[in-house]
Write a protein that binds this ligand. Structure first.
Ligand SMILES: Cc1cc2nc3c(=O)[nH]c(=O)nc-3n(C[C@H](O)[C@H](O)[C@H](O)COP(=O)(O)O)c2cc1C
Length: 395
């Protein structure tokens, strides 16, 4: 059993819903679609916390259409489920929220004030709203009002970054505005817009927001293991953690957290079990009607991340402590991981992918361990040394 688990916050409330474990699968456009969310859910033994859609655009539609956005699709088993919308026009955001709430009955609507992409933020949406807080306030106000007029009244939540750049960190103002406009949960990604996904999230700011907030604050940025989630919740006083890229490397992470919070022993994932994840994922992709090419792309996307966890059975265990490895340390065991990864990534068709997967399972995988926590660099960038804490060293 992990240290410090007894007195840990293990749930948070979204209005009257008690969320266990206190985790969110952070929305990632092009990744956390229904098949990926369902995969994480199955691997967690149905203990996911909250699930939320990829962000849904609202600017372009003259009249928001429920049929025009594939990101809106979710399955009843995904509940409690939120739909995240983005845009910069208060009337369009409000109209979309109402249509979604009345037509699809998600458990909550989330406004995105975090996306850093130039085509989003540059046009005043996503993190662009952090440069225009009066507009963000108007969006929250109008969206809340629209939700109040719906058949079923559901919560409004906000996901934001800490500010546009280091000179304009305004997350405390964002919190005040959000609370004033009836937002019921705030997810704070501890980076500025300028950072994109580089460097480390600044958890000191997340902690300040959590300390000042009357609503639950969920922290986001670089959480990649049970130990890390535990440390973040205990140290920074957040109500929970939102996990994005960490779940691409380790789609078991939510179940691992739930096990730890429930005082259960950590489930050891075998190399064979890790490889079998692709079959579960593919089934969900097929159910979604993905083309062979589309499904192949997603299988490879997952393989590129997940396969980094394979380690030679003969190597020293990296251990179950919060493992933050340097590039050099990470490269230990790379040979085994690389072989599995390359074999899968060079497959041309799903048929070939699964033939190779079976071959690996009956061959090299028998001599490998699987340690999803040994990952450091969630970006996959080469030039970063990530050191635990708030340090970021550019080599
Ligand atoms: C490929 C990708 C797509 C993303 N799409 C969204 C999105 O649609 N909505 C959103 O709020 N955040 C989005 N994000 C940001 C993540 O939700 C999260 O805030 C960020 O990755 C930091 O968390 P992490 O360190 O756990 O990955 C995206 C991130 C990535 C890497």
């Amino acid at each position: 059993m992990l240290k410090d688990v007894e007195n840990l916050k293990k749930t948070f409330k979204l209005r009257n819903l008690e969320i266990f474990p206190n985790t969110i699968l952070s929305p990632m456009d092009g990744v956390t679609d229904a098949p990926f969310r369902r995969l994480c859910r199955v691997l967690s033994g149905n203990r996911m916390g909250l699930l939320v859609s990829e962000f849904v655009p609202t600017n372009a539609d003259e009249v928001f259409s429920l049929t025009g956005h594939k990101q809106l699709k979710f399955y009843p088993e995904e509940k409690p489920f939120g739909i995240q919308i983005f845009g910069c026009y208060p009337d369009k955001m409000a109209a979309a929220a109402k249509k979604i709430a009345d037509g699809l009955h998600p458990d909550y609507i989330e406004v995105n004030a975090g996306c850093p992409a130039p085509k989003v933020a540059g046009k005043g949406s996503g993190s662009g709203l952090l440069r225009d807080l009066p507009r963000l306030q108007e969006i929250l106000h109008d969206t809340r009002k629209a939700l109040d007029s719906c058949d079923v009244n559901i919560p409004l939540t906000l996901k934001c970054r800490i500010g546009w750049d280091d000179e304009s960190i305004n997350v405390m103002e964002t919190l005040k505005i959000a609370e004033g406009e009836g937002v019921e949960l705030l997810v704070v990604h501890g980076r500025t817009r300028l950072q994109g996904y580089n460097g480390l999230a600044n958890w000191d700011w997340i902690g300040k927001v959590a300390a000042a907030a009357k609503i639950p604050v969920v922290g986001n940025g670089d959480v990649n293991s049970v130990e890390c989630a535990l440390e973040r919740i205990n140290t920074y006083g957040v109500s929970g953690v939102s996990i994005g890229r960490g779940a691409m490397h380790n789609p078991w992470i939510f179940g691992q957290i739930a096990d730890a919070w429930e005082g259960k022993p950590a489930h050891i994932i075998t190399a064979e079990e890790a490889l079998d994840v692709f079959s579960i994922y593919y089934k969900f992709l097929e159910e979604e009607g993905r083309t062979e090419l589309g499904a192949m792309g997603r299988l490879k996307q997952l393989a590129a991340r997940l396969c980094k966890g394979f380690v030679d059975g003969s190597e020293d265990a990296a251990g179950s402590e919060n493992v933050i490895l340097s590039e050099v340390e990470e490269s230990k065991g790379v040979s085994a991981a690389m072989e599995v990864r390359q074999t899968l990534l060079t497959a041309q068709t799903p048929e070939e992918f699964f033939e190779r997967k079976e071959m690996l399972k009956n061959g090299i995988a028998k001599s490998l361990r699987y340690e999803p926590n040994r990952l450091v660099n969630l970006n996959g960038a080469k030039d970063n040394t990530l050191v635990f804490g708030n340090h970021y060293v550019n080599r």
